[in-house]
Design a protein around this ligand. Structure first.
Ligand code: SF4
Ligand code: SF4
Length: 300
């Protein structure tokens, strides 16, 4: 049976589509956005996460590690992800669960058992299930099998996607989707590549292709300081999106919710000193997009 590598199952989500939803977070992503709020999603395999607040400094983890990936210079926990082989002997020895493993394998029936716990809430609120990540569509066979089964069972389905997938694959899952949230991180391909690791051409082609289909689609723009947070960028977005026939846009102001996780994963975070943006900070961009006839919602 196909299995999916999942790092979180979030019940009672209210920002990932209509009504009350369960959001399934898939591991693995073809992009590497420097501001990512879910950095534990970037790699496709299970990985180690250290929570300093729970750590008592007993060093049992270092003693258990055969690779020397955990050390305690000046008594401080230090993890070198480049040496780690993912055996998780350290997490097994941690007495306080300060070391946890992000990512577990699930079958479709196992996920359905979790999802089914909130059937009454979906029904009452007009909610359903959202596949998120990471990029949920990177685990192609598993994502398709899950979406197909959800649809057969009558659930409302949504995906939060980077759009960086093959168009043929998107076509194959369209019958199982009620809604698509697709990110579009920068209208200029070179800028897009600088901060996400990939150009925007495939994403733009998929957006244009999907907008000609029946499925409802929302374009999501994470608004990031010194990247796409400017009136000029909003005008570029407005021109492109109105030309390809987009109608709904969500602006998602930058926040630092992922900061602690970057540290916990032993990775450096470029936005340590950046201030979060608020609704008023993106109001001008929203107005510019609106002037192109787009329906804009801040925070989604
Ligand atoms: S998971 Fe990595 S850090 Fe932990 S014991 Fe294994 S090799 Fe060492
Ligand atoms: S075993 Fe756990 S509590 Fe002990 S030092 Fe390592 S992470 Fe901290």
């Amino acid at each position: 049976m196909t299995k999916g590598m999942i790092f979180n199952i979030q019940r009672f989500s209210v920002h990932d589509g209509p009504g009350i939803r369960t959001t399934i977070f898939f591991k693995g992503c073809p992009l590497s956005c420097r501001w990512c709020a879910n950095p534990e999603s970037n790699h496709s395999g299970a990985e180690l996460l250290h929570t300093p607040a729970s750590c008592i400094g007993c060093q049992s983890c270092a003693a258990a590690c055969p690779q020397g990936a955990i050390t305690f210079p000046e008594g401080m926990f230090c993890y070198d992800a480049s040496l780690c082989k993912g055996c998780f002997a350290c997490a097994a020895q941690c007495p306080t669960h300060a070391l946890t493993i992000e990512g577990s394998w699930y079958t479709v029936p196992e996920l359905l058992a979790e999802i089914g716990k909130d059937d009454a809430f979906y029904e009452k609120s007009g909610g359903g299930v959202t596949l998120s990540g990471g990029e949920p569509l990177l685990q192609r066979d598993f994502a398709r099998e899950l979406l197909k089964t959800l649809k057969e069972k009558g659930y409302h389905t949504n995906i939060e996607t980077t759009g960086y997938v093959e168009t043929e694959y998107l076509e194959s899952i369209l019958p199982f989707l009620d809604l698509i949230y697709m990110d579009f991180k920068h209208p200029d391909s070179r800028e897009h590549e600088k901060k996400t690791g990939v150009p925007n051409q495939r994403i733009l082609e998929n957006l244009a292709w999907l907008l000609k289909r029946e499925v409802p689609l929302v374009v999501r723009i994470p608004v990031i300081p010194h990247f796409n947070h400017s009136p000029e960028t909003a005008r570029q977005y407005g021109k492109i999106l109105s030309e390809i026939g987009a109608s709904k846009v969500h602006l998602l102001p930058f926040h630092q919710f992922g900061q602690g996780k970057w540290r916990a994963l032993g990775r450096s975070y470029d936005y340590e000193k950046e201030k979060a943006l608020h609704e008023e900070d993106v109001a001008e961009m929203a107005a510019i997009l609106g002037s192109f006839g787009l329906q804009v919602q801040i925070n989604g």
